[in-house]
Design a protein around this ligand. Structure first.
Ligand code: FDP
Length: 330
């Protein structure tokens, strides 16, 4: 039950205070989701530290093994996976998680935990070694299996509409945590001198339209005709092409400035490349709250029913008028 605690907190508020304030807005809140968000923030601070000293202590480069997607894991991929797993296990609120880096469900042993988490601990792996922005993406669900029992795949197959919170941490020119519990999307910049995330981007709203388009031009010939035509229109209008190869960075920029990100299906990746549960769903949930749109080839991303943990989907996300125009080409 929501109370009338609707006071808007000012820029400069710490993440902790903000989370507490949101918790008090719900009369029956138990504080578990608040603690879970704090756990994610703590792991984010630790990964921030590792990312920032990677070049100094030989944390760059490949770890010498592949993840479940058949991609070479970077050392930082593995470190981030361990850090988030540990934080989510120690916190006690999460009974299980799935990660891009793990083939199966990771059971935390907290069978009384109310929540499950789907996470990409470090997205944009190809940018780790070259000091370009990378990020973490996460999605939180209330479990559907009974408390006290071992969680199952069912807990993760609820569909994007059932997310209770989602967010990302961008390790860029500064580190930022952006998250939503469905009411508003707020961005917190990490102040390294204080060791705190500070509210810097309250109530983020997407521009209705924009003039930035982000996709990998190397795959252009493998895209379907409608997508190629849409991209030709963007070029004719002299839109700005901006693509870092880190989904979080490209999404964040387009959200603030107005743009569209596209990762369509290709011959190499007929279902697209991006993972539904821990890339597309969380960003689509955030997008929806800001007023932007996220779709796949035939339907809204959040309406796709998941079938497997590491499922992929073609993904188009951005300013609503841009996404609507793209859909007109299908
Ligand atoms: P990466 O494989 O480097 O982790 O998550 C997939 C992703 O990065 C996205 O962050 C990024 O937008 C995309 O893949 C880049 O793929 P391409 O190299 O095919 O453009």
């Amino acid at each position: 039950m929501s109370t009338n605690n609707t006071k808007v907190l000012p820029v400069g508020t710490t993440l902790d205070r903000y989370i507490m304030h949101r918790q008090y807005a719900f009369a029956f809140a138990t504080g578990e989701l608040s603690q879970l968000l704090r756990d994610i923030a703590l792991a984010g601070k630790i990964v921030h530290r590792e990312v920032n000293r990677a070049g100094l202590i030989d944390l760059g480069g490949e770890a010498g093994q592949q993840n479940v997607q058949g991609e070479n894991q970077q050392k930082l991929d593995v470190i981030a996976d361990v850090r988030f797993r540990r934080a989510l296990t120690n916190g006690g609120e999460v009974c299980a998680l799935i990660s891009e880096e793990e083939e199966g469900i990771v059971f935390t042993g907290n069978d009384k935990g109310k929540y499950v988490v789907a996470i990409d601990p470090l997205d944009g792996s190809s940018n780790i070694d070259v000091n370009v922005s990378i990020g973490t993406i996460f999605s939180i669900y209330r479990r559907v299996t009974p408390f006290g029992s071992q969680p199952t795949i069912e807990d993760f197959m609820q569909g994007g509409q059932e997310q209770v919170a989602a967010g990302y941490i961008l390790f860029g020119s500064s580190t930022m945590l952006v998250y939503t519990t469905g009411h508003s999307v707020n961005g917190f910049t990490y102040d390294t001198s204080l060791g705190e995330f500070i509210l810097s981007h309250p109530n983020i709203k997407s521009p209705k339209n924009g003039s930035i388009y982000s996709y990998n031009d190397g795959h252009l010939k493998a895209f379907s005709e409608p997508i190629q035509k849409y991209l030709a229109t963007c070029r004719e209008r002299q839109y700005s092409a901006r693509y870092t190869g880190s989904l979080v960075a490209d999404f964040h920029r387009n959200l603030l400035k107005g743009g569209i990100y596209l990762y369509p299906s290709t011959s190499e990746n007929p279902d697209g490349k991006l993972r539904l549960l821990y890339e597309c769903y969380p960003l689509a949930f955030i997008a929806g709250v800001t007023g932007s749109l996220a779709v796949s080839d035939t339907e809204a991303i959040l309406n796709i029913k998941p079938a497997t943990m590491h499922q992929r989907a073609p993904f188009y996300i951005g300013a609503p008028e841009m996404v609507e125009e793209l859909m007109g080409y299908f």
